[in-house]
Design a protein around this ligand. Structure first.
Ligand SMILES: NC(=O)c1ccc[n+]([C@@H]2O[C@H](COP(=O)([O-])OP(=O)(O)OC[C@H]3O[C@@H](n4cnc5c(N)ncnc54)[C@H](OP(=O)(O)O)[C@@H]3O)[C@@H](O)[C@H]2O)c1
Length: 341
């Protein structure tokens, strides 16, 4: 038996294509003392790995990958061999060595800002992949951004960008459940239909016209808070649309990840003129909120108040195509790759 894994062939010139990645075969690694061998069952396909495919990465972030390196990412799997007394064969674990069929997981594994250290998951009767989605990183990111960073108030009018994505769809719904007035944006008519008709979130397609006009049509009085997944022109529009003392949670800036030069907002002085507050965050710095998030989100999933959508690719052979598909907007909700089904 061999271990198939995805590695970077060359740095993408512009948008990432599946041809920039390749599936290679190698031996299944042997666990040493303190390590466990995990057979991965679910891979999380996240935008952030694209940042590491560039020549340089932002100050404070993980270093760039080099051609020939394996991709990494959050994943779930089953322990098949253990030389760590904390893990037994059969345990379901989450870790950061995705994009491969078998992962050698130990305490030295690289984490994403502290998030993703190997952890046993007790999924009970729940679908295990929810622990990569609404009960995992996506849920924690939405929860932290709304309640820690924005300190969301039920009287707020909130804009969530990339609202049909993994984090955005959860953030938009959680904010609505907590009483805020929520508007969303996304990149296709199908996604706007999903947001409006299935989630009840008034939304606009950012391709359909100038952002300030689209925002004004749904929030004529302006917004109090902005959950930023996109950066660039979206952040610029939010700064203009925010009312006095408005708040921004900088969650990500996906418009600048996939080959486009990152665009800083030219209207930062509105932070001064309107007394705005903007704060970036890494969900991994707030793991103490994982339990309260899981309690709240699992309750909404159980009583049907929260809708969770996922786009699933099948088999490690589809993983190289899954990442560019997600980045280009071809998937809805949480993007995953299922292995060994
Ligand atoms: N701070 C943290 O701890 C943390 C943790 C996880 C994720 N994040 C960030 O959260 C954001 C969302 O992540 P996710 O996992 O939920 O991804 P996602 O929203 O499920 O997928 C990414 C989406 O970005 C949209 N997009 C791509 N290029 C765009 C552009 N130029 N303008 C506007 N939208 C564009 C596409 O949807 P459309 O069809 O709508 O264009 C695409 O589907 C990302 O910025 C990510 O880096 C941050």
């Amino acid at each position: 038996m061999l271990n198939r894994h995805v590695r970077l062939v060359r740095r993408p010139a512009g948008k990432l294509s599946a041809a920039d990645l390749e599936l290679v075969e190698g031996p299944i690694p042997e666990p040493g003392p303190g390590e466990v061998l995990v057979r991965n069952t679910w891979l999380s396909i996240d935008p952030s790995i694209r940042i590491r495919l560039a020549e340089t990465t932002p100050n404070g972030y993980l270093p760039p990958l080099r051609p020939g390196d394996d991709l990494t990412g959050l994943a779930l799997g089953t322990v098949v061999e253990s030389r760590d007394p904390d893990f037994a064969v059969g345990d379901l674990v989450s870790h950061t060595l995705g994009y491969r069929e078998y992962a050698l997981v130990g305490s030295r594994v690289q984490t994403i800002g502290g998030y993703g250290a190997p952890a046993r998951i007790d999924a009970g009767e729940l679908p295990p992949q929810w622990f990569l989605g609404p009960l995992g990183s996506a849920g924690l990111t939405a929860y932290v951004g709304l309640f820690e960073i924005l300190e969301l108030d039920p009287g707020d009018t909130l804009w969530v960008s990339s609202a049909a994505g993994a984090v955005g769809a959860l953030a938009a719904q959680l904010a609505k459940i907590r009483g805020a007035t929520v508007i969303g944006s996304a990149g296709s008519a199908a996604k706007i239909g999903f947001l409006r008709d299935e989630l009840g979130i008034p939304s606009f397609d950012y391709h359909d016209g100038p952002l300030p006009e689209s925002l004004a049509a749904l929030a004529p009085g302006g917004i109090d808070a902005y959950f930023d997944n996109v950066g660039g022109d979206h952040l610029t529009a939010a700064l203009d649309a925010l009312r006095y003392a408005g708040r921004i949670a900088l969650c990500g800036a996906v418009s600048g990840y996939d080959g486009a030069a990152p665009q800083g907002p030219p209207n930062l002085f509105t932070m001064v003129s309107k007394g705005l507050r903007m704060r970036g965050f890494r969900a991994g710095s707030f793991t103490h909120l994982e339990e309260p998030m899981r309690r709240e989100v699992s309750g909404y999933l159980a009583d049907g108040r929260l809708t969770y959508r996922e786009s699933v690719f099948n088999g490690i052979e589809e993983a190289p195509a899954a990442l560019p598909a997600m980045l280009s907007g071809a998937t809805v909700g949480k993007t995953l790759c299922r292995l060994g089904a």
